[in-house]
Design a protein around this ligand. Structure first.
Ligand code: GLC
Length: 659
């Protein structure tokens, strides 16, 4: 059952696809809502799950989170906002269980037992919002109802479940060809190579730097002949440059966000000075989305949308403020610590400043709206713009699309990656935990930069990270310019690393089939044990995950370990992989086990009475035999197998066979 409460006159977010009549008289709402605040009592037996890709653990209790899409690349434990803003969560305690979705694009702060250990306090900045209360028997049922409310999740082509190599710093065609050749020579599986901003002419969207990429179409074609796709980045900001068609058209048609004087708003990102397309304006969305055709016509089949919080490095306002602080102290004798900090703060404040967001305006259905109040809708609508138009351009075949910023509703148009993480062991765990909240909020095609974006990745970190990422639908190795090169062939034990990729391809029929069933049935691909088992141990475990209905994973995510303690909530069959093959299998009893896994070994645990398909070794999605495979797991089990041609847009039960 879904109930809705409406306060005031909320801005249309298009997050939901179902109409629910509001019922403000409901006792439940009257108990929890006090103006712009919502309050729940919590105790040591309360669990709060969800909030998309937010920081910290799977159970959100003990911290505060602010829904506000933020370009913050340093995901330390103290951060309250990351790139996504997703306002759905489930509360479970001894007496009750229910889901809440706050449909409001404004800043929302969740203080989950942080300030007061027994209170979960929510503060919505806006006066106007919708709240949905979802009641059902189990967490999974609540998630299912919620997902029906917000609509079916985006599905990429099947090849997008292969392995992808990315790096900011592939400067030209030769670099790309080298990446392909090195994977080929070293027998490393590969389906995608990503183009970061350097393929563009001066970082201008929908342009190609002809010196570095003299014939992109040919390059795309040559790689496609080898079944490898090139996936370019598209940034939100459009460079201000006379003669550049996207800029000139946008200005002429009035499709850019405005400033308080009604001029096109100016910010600075990678290309220098930019205007931001007004993705909240339907016409602007169609216009920008159709621009992707320029690259699709060159054979491109996928995109990643970036800098779409939107990130603003600085504006004139910020620069002026900085100089005014410097002028204030210039010549002053005895500059004190606080003076220095004031100057320093004026530098730090420039990046992604609310003072700038408050000076930016949108045209939403003819109404002029301040950006700050709808900030969280920006990245969502950029990806919606691309998703809607790409579907028009390619109605029969799916294309790959994912974004950095997101909001519920965007899950219908694309996937996401979790943004700029670090080469830190703790970020393997963070990534695992983020996957759960994202799935709950409808984001299914998800993954994190494998090996970490910032910082330098060691071979052992890469190995362990890959072992976990074998199960993320988006499996992409990505890193920042200036960091240690982290393509798998850069390390000593290339074979050991590539054999993990081999296992990914061997499990592809399972991974894809599970993904498709979860999208079709509004189920979760990644689940914590607590969603299926209610024993005292399972409900507290936050470093093991169930994948679909058949397997559990318990990745090693700490340095210098040759195994870890794993809890089995029921009897399971452990299958250990090494050197592209199954090393051993063993049925293990319910309970705690120390599972030894050397650096190049990893396990899955097949649930009692289940089996999963296990294919041939392949180096590319096209080489996987999706019709013929063996099984891993329990004999006499059956498996519901989803198998289509990997590109049809239709998703249907008719593609499922019990085998
Ligand atoms: C942002 C993106 C990152 C990309 C970089 C350069 O930091 O998050 O993935 O490599 O910009 O485009």
């Amino acid at each position: 059952m879904i109930f809705k409460y409406r306060r005031g006159n909320p801005i249309k977010t298009d997050s939901t696809v179902m109409y629910i009549e509001s019922n403000n008289e409901l006792d439940f709402f009257n108990k929890i809502i006090k103006d712009k605040k919502i309050l729940f009592d919590i105790d040591e037996n309360t669990f709060v799950y969800g909030l998309g890709g937010s920081n910290r653990g799977i159970n959100k209790i003990g911290y505060t989170y602010t829904s506000y899409c933020s370009d913050d690349p340093v995901h330390t434990e103290d951060k309250t906002s990351l790139y996504a803003a997703q306002n759905f969560f489930v509360i479970k305690n001894k007496k009750d269980i229910f889901g809440i979705f706050i449909d409001s694009p404004s800043k929302i702060t969740y203080d989950v037992g942080f300030t007061e250990i027994d209170k979960f306090n929510i503060e919505i900045e806006s006066e106007d919002y919708d709240i949905y209360y979802i009641k059902s028997k189990t967490i999974l049922d609540i998630v299912k109802e919620f997902r029906k409310l917000v609509g079916r999740s985006y599905i990429p082509p099947r090849w997008a479940f292969g392995y992808g190599q990315s790096r900011w710093g592939y400067m030209n065609e030769e670099d790309i060809i080298r990446v392909y050749d090195k994977h080929y020579e070293n027998n490393i599986g590969l389906d995608m190579i990503y183009l970061d901003i350097d393929y563009m002419d001066n970082f201008k969207d929908f342009t190609i730097n002809k010196e570095r990429f003299p014939d992109l179409e040919k390059l795309v074609k040559n790689l496609k002949n080898k079944n490898v796709r090139l996936i370019p980045i598209i940034d939100a900001g459009v460079k201000i440059e006379k003669g550049y068609d996207v800029y000139e058209e946008g200005v002429k048609k009035g499709y850019f966000c405005k400033d308080e004087k009604g001029n096109d708003f100016v910010g600075s990102v990678w290309p220098g000075l930019v205007h931001f397309p007004d993705f909240l304006n339907k016409d602007a969305r169609e216009w920008f989305g159709m621009k992707y055709k320029y690259l699709i016509d060159k054979g491109i089949e996928g995109f990643w949308n970036d800098m779409n919080e939107p990130a603003i490095f600085f504006t004139d306002r910020g620069i002026e403020n900085m100089f005014s602080k410097i002028e204030k102290y210039r010549g002053k004798k005895d500059i004190g610590v606080f003076d220095l900090w004031e100057m320093k703060d004026s530098f730090m404040e420039m990046n992604n400043s609310d003072l700038d967001y408050k000076k930016m305006y949108h045209n939403l259905d003819g109404n002029i709206i301040n950006h700050y109040n709808v900030h969280n809708l920006y990245g969502y609508n950029m990806t919606r713009s691309a998703g809607e138009m790409i579907e028009k351009i390619s109605p029969e075949e799916r294309k790959l699309l994912f974004s950095r910023a997101s909001f519920i509703g965007m899950h219908r148009y694309g996937g996401i990656w979790t943004g700029d993480n670090f080469s830190w062991w703790s970020h393997i765990l963070l990534s695992m935990q983020q996957m759960v909240g994202l799935n709950m909020c409808g984001f299914m095609y998800i993954g994190s930069d494998i090996g970490g974006f910032s910082g330098n990745c060691s071979e052992d970190l890469m190995m362990r990270w890959l072992e976990f990422a074998t199960f993320t639908p988006l499996m992409r190795n990505h890193s920042a310019i200036g960091t240690r090169n982290q393509e798998l062939y850069q390390y000593k034990n290339i074979n050991k690393l590539s054999s993990i990729i081999d296992i990914r391809y061997r499990l592809l029929p399972y991974i894809y089939s599970t993904f498709m069933k979860c999208v079709l049935r509004d189920e979760m691909y990644f689940k914590p044990l607590a969603f299926e088992f209610d024993d005292e141990i399972s409900i507290r475990i936050d470093d093991q995950l169930l994948i679909g209905d058949e397997i559990m994973i318990a990745p090693v995510y700490k340095a210098n370990q040759n195994g870890r303690i794993v809890y089995l909530p029921e009897e399971m069959k452990m299958v250990k992989f090494k050197e592209s093959n199954v090393l051993c299998e063993e049925i293990l009893e319910k309970g705690h086990h120390y599972i030894k896994t050397e650096l190049d070994e990893f396990c899955i645990f097949i649930r009692k009475g289940k089996k999963i398909p296990y294919a041939n070794i392949a180096k590319n999605e096209s080489e996987v035999n999706f019709d013929v495979f063996n099984f891993l797991g329990y004999d006499n089990a059956t498996y519901e197998y989803y198998n289509d041609n990997g590109i049809v847009r239709e998703v249907s039960e008719k593609y499922i066979k019990t085998i």
